[in-house]
Design a protein around this ligand. Structure first.
Ligand SMILES: NC(=O)c1ccc[n+]([C@@H]2O[C@H](COP(=O)([O-])OP(=O)(O)OC[C@H]3O[C@@H](n4cnc5c(N)ncnc54)[C@H](OP(=O)(O)O)[C@@H]3O)[C@@H](O)[C@H]2O)c1
Length: 329
């Protein structure tokens, strides 16, 4: 029986710090739902902070030299915690360093919550087996759609439905670029420059604009929600770099727009990410950095979810909801 839930945060960047802040700020509210908790460890790439009695607000001010020497792996091996929040950078080829962190945490009997797509893309079924064998949970709401609920919505609220297909806009950067090309009649390169200036696109936007990030999410959706057993190489991928203002003109004459759609369909066997024509009246025709997903089921028929696919507080929302799901009183 756990008296105080001990939390370790692995990766203390934008999301790690955001989650720590919410855990400290909304402590009373969250404790009402799951019981007492404390953050006992925070792991950065080059150092750690550990206090078995709990770290307080001071942890948010810590930077580089403030952390003690020690590695994440040392903390996983030696510290006592009930749940690890794994939020290190994504690598969808090897899944590291998250894959090692998550595997070792599950192996030692700790629940894991992650926003890191890489480990799930590379080894979803292996990690799920490890979680089951150790009687703990692996939760990953934040890997698809940031603050937009999808994983638990399908697993809990649509339980009993057969999921026929899930398709939609899974990358906010691409959606921003396409919707600005449409509304301002600008070229891809003009909007990309603007998106970089606004911090919406990374300096190297390849991961987003080539459809790689959306494809990683398609793999997670297929394996976790449609019980498939696919890998990244099974997804057909086309990004948005070749889309021209002329293509938008032709689409708009017919009341259509162009959006980058990720799709998993049991009916058609389709596993793909590609620019598609969408009626401007369709609920998936969202603008700006929004994400939107259409879930087609046998009983409830069509459900559409729209929300923010990234951001510090938005992604923290998904992580906190996973925490509450695991420890709900
Ligand atoms: N930002 C979002 O809106 C968002 C939304 C959904 C999902 N995600 C995913 O969430 C994860 C975290 O994103 P983020 O935006 O917080 O990234 P971030 O700001 O780059 O933070 C990641 C942190 O992990 C640290 N790190 C690297 N290797 C580590 C190790 N071995 N042990 C402990 N810490 C290590 C990094 O340190 P260094 O900087 O020194 O390398 C960095 O501080 C990523 O996988 C991302 O794809 C992010």
């Amino acid at each position: 029986m756990i008296t105080v839930i001990k939390i370790a945060i692995i990766g203390f960047g934008v999301i790690g710090r955001g989650v720590a802040e919410v855990l400290l700020e909304k402590k009373e509210e969250i404790q009402n739902r799951i019981g007492e908790y404390s953050i006992v460890a925070v792991c950065e790439k080059d150092g750690v902070a550990y206090n078995p009695d709990g770290l307080g607000w001071e942890v948010l001010k810590m930077k580089g030299g403030d952390f003690s020497e020690g590695s994440t792996v040392d903390i996983i091996e030696t510290a006592e915690f009930d749940v690890a929040i794994e939020v290190t950078p994504t690598d969808i080829k090897k899944g590291e360093p998250g894959l090692t962190h998550i595997s070792e945490c599950l192996e030692k009997g700790s629940h894991v919550i992650t926003s890191n797509k890489g480990p799930l893309v590379v080894a979803y079924s292996k990690l799920q087996e490890l979680a089951e064998r150790n009687e703990v949970q692996l939760m990953f709401e934040a890997t698809v759609g940031g603050g937009m609920p999808l994983i638990k919505l399908v697993r809990n609220d649509l339980a009993g439905n057969e999921i026929d297909s899930i398709r939609g806009i899974l990358n906010g950067t691409c959606n921003y670029i396409l919707s600005r090309m449409e509304s301002e009649k600008l070229t891809y390169n003009q909007v990309l420059t603007e998106a970089k200036e606004l911090g919406i696109a990374e300096a190297d936007p390849t991961y987003d604009v080539e459809g790689i990030d959306s494809a990683a999410k398609v793999v997670i959706i297929a394996n976790a929600l449609l019980n498939m057993d696919i890998t990244y190489d099974d997804v057909e991928i086309e990004g948005i770099t070749a889309i021209t203002p002329e293509a938008f003109e032709v689409a708009m004459e017919r009341d259509y727009t162009i959006r980058l759609i990720g799709e998993v369909s049991r009916e058609t066997g389709s596993l793909k990410v590609s620019p598609r024509l969408i009626s401007t009246h369709h609920p998936l025709a969202v603008t700006g950095t929004l994400n939107a997903v259409q879930i087609r089921t046998d009983l409830a028929k069509d459900i559409v979810v729209i929300g923010r696919g990234a951001g510090q507080k938005e992604t923290s929302s998904a992580i906190i909801s996973d925490l509450i799901e695991i420890f709900r009183k």
